[in-house]
Design a protein around this ligand. Structure first.
Ligand code: PLP
Length: 486
């Protein structure tokens, strides 16, 4: 299996190259040459564990990595660290160290990158730089901590993350991790990181000292491929639970931001998973809803801060990979669309591309609707869902009402409700005004009698390790200081 760029200038790239480089030279995203069918193999392997299915899926793509290495990467990523559970129709993807689904990808990426780097024979130490609005930073820290040959530096906006998210990051253990609070907002932190990546002189200087900068962002193919796995796993569980029979089509609903998670489900469909509709659920930042309804992607609008913050995104980077498929892999067309997006903030796809969008359905949910849904699910099923999952639940309900299509469904449940306890308590009418986040966490536990995940329950008492702060203009300096490069 080789990889190619969506923008057409690179073809025949080995998986190890694509993983280590992250993005193609022409600015495009790496995609596999094809999507091998894997459904029958998985179905026929009775009693397959999550790791077995992970191997069957991932080995179809990363063919230049030895079987033993690949199995090692899967084991080191997931054993005793991550699991998926299916409760009724909810695909719970948050049983990992950070209590959100990004763990599935960010526990695997470092393991595969480490092995890919050895295969290529890259000797430099890779420094992963991330600006975070909360979730990705922590997931990257957990994934890369103590992985040989890597360092992780995370910048977070000092007053721009929740108390729980801050505490998760500043208590992070590991000999190769560094967390810095930025005196500014998320945009400032992100721009700062972009400036570092764009500073050729700095990069050269670091390379001379043996450091290569890289990012763990969601366009890396090593992050995307492992996300296909849990859709197959979820389908098998629906069969085991008697909800569907082998071969029955299901719908999948995904609360979407950067379009990574739902794209993985689409890739799964291409590999034979019996999915009918892929239902793309947005919050009030409904760029994707509008795109699926009109064929026009228009990011010229204000970003709205919602209570599903991990979906507060106007530029869904992974959508480029879908455009590539629905244009029948027409790189020229992709270049045109991306140029238009960069210069005008908008593009419209052709009629023939629109016709290829029939796998998808897009809609959105408001905060009010999400609050009502969280309440409804709790009252009716005695089951807690978080705000992101709430968006998916609302959109699925709207879809069924509108179309009458009530096929069995997998609703991607992307975060533990305990990660956003204040929103959940507010939805359920538990009084939490004037309480700090940890009190709110405890209130949710006491009122709902649901266990707090261990990584959150012991957080308040954990020792603070990272206390560095940096002005926006000193981000480069703080990086060099940490790396000991003066
Ligand atoms: C990142 C995230 C999403 C959005 O996933 P994408 O792959 O960016 O579409 C949804 N929910 C939660 C909790 C997340 O952290």
């Amino acid at each position: 299996m080789n990889f190619r760029s969506t923008r057409g200038k690179e073809k025949g790239v080995k998986s190890v190259e694509a993983i280590v480089r992250g993005i193609a030279k022409d600015g495009g995203l790496f995609v596999p040459d094809s999507f091998p069918r894997v459904y029958e193999e998985i179905i026929n392997k009775k009693g397959a564990s999550y790791e077995d299915i992970a191997y069957l899926v991932i080995s179809k793509f990363f063919t230049d990595i030895k079987i033993r290495e690949l199995k090692g990467a899967i084991k080191d990523a997931y054993t005793d660290r991550f699991k998926v559970e299916v409760v009724e129709n909810f695909l719970e993807l948050y049983h990992g160290p950070t209590c959100a689904f990004k763990d599935a990808a960010l526990l695997f990426l470092p393991q595969i990158m480490k092995r890919a780097k050895n295969i290529i024979g890259a000797n430099e130490e890779i420094v992963i730089l991330t600006a975070t609005s909360g979730d990705t930073g922590k997931a990257a820290l957990e994934g890369f901590k103590d992985v040989e040959g890597f360092k992780v530096v995370v910048y977070y906006p000092k007053d721009g993350v929740s108390e729980i998210q801050r505490k998760q990051m500043i208590t992070q253990e590991g000999d190769n991790v560094h967390v810095i609070a930025i005196e500014g907002n998320f945009d400032n932190a992100q721009t700062g990181v972009k400036n570092i990546f764009g500073d050729e002189e700095l990069k050269k200087e670091l390379l001379e000292k043996g450091f290569r900068l890289s990012s763990a962002n969601s366009i890396n193919i090593g992050r995307l491929i492992p996300q296909i796995v849990y859709y197959f796993y979820g389908y098998i569980k629906l069969i085991e639970n008697g909800k569907v029979k082998e071969g029955d089509k299901i719908n999948v609903v995904v609360p979407t931001g950067n379009f990574g998670n739902i794209l993985a489900a689409y890739y799964g469909k291409k590999m034979g998973l019996p999915i009918d509709k892929l239902i793309c659920a947005s919050n009030e930042n409904k760029v994707l809803t509008d795109f699926f309804n009109t064929g026009i992607y228009d990011k010229r609008r204000e970003l709205i801060l919602t209570e599903s913050p991990s979906m507060d995104i106007l530029l869904s980077s992974n959508l480029e990979r879908l455009l590539y498929e629905i244009s029948n892999r027409d790189s020229e067309e992709i270049n045109k669309l991306m140029d238009s997006l960069n210069t005008n903030g908008v593009y419209e796809i052709s009629e023939s591309m629109k016709e290829n969008l029939s796998d998808f359905y897009g809609d959105f949910a408001t905060t009010g609707e999400v609050y009502k849904a969280i309440n409804e699910v709790y009252v009716k099923k005695n089951y807690l869902i978080d705000t992101h999952t709430g968006v998916a639940y609302v959109v699925h309900k709207k879809y069924v009402e509108k179309t009458g299509d009530n096929k069995e469904v997998l609703i991607a449940s992307t975060a533990s409700p305990f990660k956003f306890p204040r929103s959940i308590c507010n939805s359920l009418g538990f009084e939490v005004d004037f309480m700090d986040d940890f009190k709110v966490l405890n209130t949710l536990f006491e009122e709902s009698k649901n266990e707090i995940p261990e990584s959150l329950s012991n957080l308040e008492k954990k020792k603070v390790i990272h206390t560095k702060t940096s002005k926006i203009e000193d981000m480069k300096k703080s990086l060099k200081e940490y790396l000991g490069v003066e």
